[in-house]
Design a protein around this ligand. Structure first.
Ligand code: FMN
Length: 408
């Protein structure tokens, strides 16, 4: 039996027919995420596994490494709608997709319906994406303070307008419309739950699914994700529900789907420095025992390749800067890694990284203790979710439009 932690000791692999592929698009599958060549207009995602959009993470190099491991849907990082509308060079760079990336999936955030419409239209027509996800879950101050991310579901009318605008920009009800989904948190905080409004709006505006990170914005990444809340969303939903939060091992995905009844899973921190998690997920959903995770020498080979891909994509300087955090994530928990971690955070070149990696004993097996540790975003909660002034009162005014200017 492959390495697994105590909590998953008795979890069986999926039985034949136990889970169904995720459907994305107007009709049942005409293409699949395992396929190559020109991307399909409608998609069947099997296994029902989605790489979470992660800013600074799910760029073309990392997606390439993940895709190689197994099928699934691999979402690019979130882009600001305004950056797309204004053709900001840094934003446009992140709309790049690999030549072999048959399915182009991306996330957008913003709170101005017209901007979101134009951004979606640009993504659908100019970039040629096959899936657009709307970010309505980001808890970060610089996003929520401008009304984006998890601030938006607290304004149900505006949220519905934004969803409708993105759907329209993505092609509306035309035959080749790009499917639109949304990713949310449970609410602003424990007293201000927003998922019921978000679900109603998503269903009302024709979104293809709703993905739920089962924490509030105030909770950030603290505590455990509330899988029970995913079950509540699923109970009420008429569209597919994807569960997200604390999926560290492939077995966790099976447990979440069995416990909550959700239709698919979204994998975030669990794959940081562990792209082979997608091979393990593919195995357990196909009813097979996964292979053991790689030994350190194999992990370092992936890290070196990741470094080369980052340098290729971003150029030497930015590529190596981006690589620093990955050095810590890939080596987490291995003997001797703590000693070299600080030096790896200062590397200037790929050769410099190699010198430090050479000090590690590559024959080590993957440490069981590193299976369930967060490689990013540890730490506490936030007392207040930052919102634009007057944000929550705005829809109590006569019309949403008039309030937008009041909200600033
Ligand atoms: C480094 C990092 C960047 C993230 N960026 C985004 C983002 O751009 N859009 C988004 O919807 N969520 C973002 N998230 C949240 C994840 O998509 C996911 O919801 C969260 O990590 C919980 O899932 P997990 O427990 O599997 O990590 C980010 C998370 C991390 C760790």
């Amino acid at each position: 039996m492959a390495l697994r932690s105590e909590v998953n000791a008795d979890v069986p692999v999926a039985a034949a027919g136990e889970f169904a592929p995720l459907r994305l698009g107007a009709t049942a599958a005409t293409g699949s995420t395992g396929s190559t060549g020109a991307g399909p207009a409608t998609l069947s995602v099997w296994p029902p596994v989605v790489l979470a959009p992660m800013a600074g993470v799910t760029n073309p190099p990392f997606r390439a490494l993940c895709r190689r491991q197994g099928a699934g849907l691999y979402v690019a990082e979130m882009l600001h709608a305004r950056g797309l509308c204004e053709q900001n060079a840094r934003t446009l760079k992140l709309t790049a997709f690999g030549r072999d990336e048959a399915v182009r999936s991306i996330q957008v955030f913003g709170c101005e319906p017209q901007e979101m419409h134009d951004a979606a239209r640009y993504l659908a027509t100019e970039v040629g994406v096959h899936h657009i996800d709307i970010n309505m879950g980001c808890p970060v101050r610089k996003v929520t303070a401008r009304g984006g991310g998890s601030a938006l579901p607290a304004r149900p009318e505006l949220m519905a307008k934004v969803m409708a605008a993105v759907v329209k920009g993505a092609g509306g009800d035309t035959a080749d419309a790009v499917p639109v989904t949304v990713k949310i948190r449970l609410g602003l905080d424990d007293d201000r739950t927003t998922w019921p409004d978000a679900l109603a709006a998503a269903q009302g505006e024709g979104l293809a699914w709703i993905a739920v990170h089962a924490r509030t914005a105030a909770a950030l990444y603290s505590g455990s994700a509330r899988w029970d809340a995913i079950a509540q969303v699923k109970e009420r939903a008429t569209i597919p529900v994807l569960g997200n939060g604390d999926l560290w091992e492939a077995w966790d995905a099976l447990r979440m789907m069995r416990q909550t009844g959700c239709d698919g899973v979204v994998i975030g921190r669990g794959c940081l420095g562990r792209p082979w998690l997608f091979a393990e997920l593919a195995a357990v959903f196909d009813g097979r025992e996964p292979a053991d995770p790689p030994r350190l020498e194999q992990v370092l080979a992936i890290l070196r390749e990741h470094g080369a891909l980052l340098v290729d994509f971003f150029g030497e300087r930015k590529g190596v800067l981006e690589l620093r955090k990955w050095c810590a994530w890939y080596t987490k928990g291995f003997d001797g890694s703590a000693r070299v971690r600080e030096a790896l955070q200062r590397i200037e070149t790929l050769a410099g990284m190699d010198e430090w990696l050479a000090q590690l004993d590559g024959s080590q097996a993957f440490p069981a203790g590193a299976l369930r540790v967060s490689r990013a975003k540890r730490g506490g909660s936030q007392d207040q979710v930052s919102l634009p002034p007057g944000w929550l009162a705005a829809e109590e005014c006569e019309g949403v439009e008039s309030c937008e200017s009041a909200a600033g």
